[in-house]
Design a protein around this ligand. Structure first.
Ligand SMILES: *[C@@H]1O[C@H](CO)[C@@H](O)[C@H](O)[C@H]1NC(C)=O
Ligand SMILES: *[C@@H]1O[C@H](CO)[C@@H](O)[C@H](O)[C@H]1NC(C)=O
Ligand SMILES: *[C@@H]1O[C@H](CO)[C@@H](O)[C@H](O)[C@H]1NC(C)=O
Ligand SMILES: CC(=O)N[C@H]1CO[C@H](CO)[C@@H](O)[C@@H]1O
Ligand SMILES: CC(=O)N[C@H]1CO[C@H](CO)[C@@H](O)[C@@H]1O
Length: 269
């Protein structure tokens, strides 16, 4: 899984190396319940991604690579200068209806396969989050609008995501835990963090993650960490990279090597 379009760089899906033998999920960044000034819209989501990532581009990359799936990530950290936050809707059921209908039309326009939940800031009382987001995922899945749903917690947002996962886990396919937000520099601490997070979420759904030119473990130590995690009895069923935008400058080194790791893992079994 790879976030794309998060930094405003003009990037094309076709620039990213894609292996045909495993599923490849692009996560479009972002669909936001806000107008262009960042004001909440009662659950009506609009797409805010770079102009190169069009519905036509989605159609084209999925035609070339039938193993590609494309998800819309909800919210993200900010829109322009405005930092975004979960807010408690005045009427939760109206929010759920608006969100499911606006996301359905986004999914249909772009030809998407699913959604990723990436709210990154929460008010002290955030009880509405698990119910509203969980209901939207369940509605969209039950109606066959989407086939994939993922969540992207990090250390300080883990509690609302545990609530969501506890109540609606049957509808959630992968946990894109942002390991790079923890201060992890070595394979050994990566393993420890991985073990910790698999105890909070479903063990087989937690994906290791890597931030290109970013925080956390860097360079080939990430692949040492993957081997160590695997050798300690964990099932690595995928990986998440943030982000394609940052990888343009290094020739997509981590995307290639991560896919090779996952493919070799498949052949070992
Ligand atoms: C959101 O709903 C509230 C309550 O119904 C309403 O007052 C407000 O105008 C709505 N906001 C938008 C942007 O539609
Ligand atoms: C794992 O969890 C333990 C127990 O809560 C904690 O002491 C430790 O710091 C955590 N390690 C990492 C790398 O997250
Ligand atoms: C590994 O995870 C995959 C995907 O969730 C699952 O299908 C498989 O059964 C798991 N294998 C083991 C050994 O847990
Ligand atoms: C902002 C927005 O789209 N609000 C809509 C949410 O849903 C209610 C009920 O369907 C509509 O009346 C609002 O216009
Ligand atoms: C997805 C997958 O095939 N994971 C496997 C990776 O390798 C380890 C150890 O060989 C297996 O236990 C996993 O099932």
């Amino acid at each position: 899984m790879e976030y794309i379009g998060a930094s405003g760089v003009d990037i094309e899906f076709a620039s990213v190396p894609i292996s045909q033998s495993i599923d490849f999920h692009f996560i479009l960044s972002f669909a936001i319940d806000a107008d262009s000034s960042g004001n909440p819209q009662n659950g009506t989501f609009s797409p805010y991604c770079v102009s190169t990532l069009t519905p036509k581009a989605v159609k084209s990359i999925k035609y070339i690579y039938p193993n590609v799936k494309v998800l819309a990530s909800l919210s993200g950290w900010s829109l322009g200068q405005k930092v975004l936050s979960w807010y408690n809707p005045e009427d939760q059921d109206v929010w759920i209806l608006n969100a499911s209908s606006s996301l359905k039309s986004l999914v249909e326009t772009y030809g998407l396969d699913g959604i990723d939940i990436d709210y990154e800031r929460f008010p002290k009382h955030h009880e509405s989050f698990a119910y509203c987001i969980g209901e939207v995922i369940a509605l969209l899945k039950n109606k066959g609008v989407i086939s994939v749903a993922t969540i992207a917690p990090f250390y300080s947002t883990v509690i609302p995501y545990i609530e969501l996962h506890t109540r609606f886990g049957d509808y959630i396919d992968y946990v894109n835990y942002q390991f790079y937000t923890d201060i992890i520099k070595t394979p050994e601490t990566y393993l420890e963090a991985f073990r910790n997070r698999t105890q909070q979420f479903d063990k087989n759904k937690v994906l290791p993650s890597y931030e290109v030119s970013g925080r956390g473990i860097q360079g080939d130590a990430f692949f040492d960490a993957l081997k160590l995690v695997e050798n300690n009895g964990f099932n690595i069923s995928g990986a998440m990279i943030f982000s394609a935008d940052a990888s343009i400058s290094n020739g997509f080194y981590y995307e290639k090597k991560t896919q090779n790791f996952l493919i070799n893992n498949l052949t070992r079994v």
